[in-house]
Write a protein of this length. Structure first.
Length: 113
């Protein structure tokens, strides 16, 4: 997992924590993402995962998302088609909100959709 040097790993947008990982996320490299999501969950009631730069996720990636969603309102923003399909195949798109853009996911009223 890599983090965009220009965007904080767990920054805020409009008071909502945003976690911005990139690349392939699997059992070998998920611990930094897990730590960032859990830390962000402590900072407020909503966390957005900017998924626009995630190219692959496996079942351990889904487990980390599920764990975070039990601690906070986890919103998934701008997933690439492969990630969106993965979320849909296992029904996680029904358990957490998926938004087409980061801007929509970080809107304060986004959770009322």
């Amino acid at each position: 997992m890599t983090i965009n040097k220009d965007v904080p790993a767990a920054g805020t947008t409009g008071g909502i924590a945003v976690v911005d990982p990139a690349g392939e996320l699997d059992v070998e490299n998920l611990e930094p993402l897990r730590e960032r999501l859990l830390q962000a969950a402590k900072s407020g009631p909503v966390v957005v995962l900017d998924a626009s730069r995630i190219t692959f996720g496996d079942s351990s990636f889904l487990r980390v998302l599920l764990e975070a969603s039990h601690l906070t309102e986890l919103r998934i923003a701008a997933p690439r088609p492969a990630i969106e399909r993965l979320l849909s195949l296992v029904g996680m798109n029904m358990a957490m909100a998926v938004y087409p853009t980061l801007e929509e996911a970080t809107a304060l009223d986004a959770g009322k959709r």
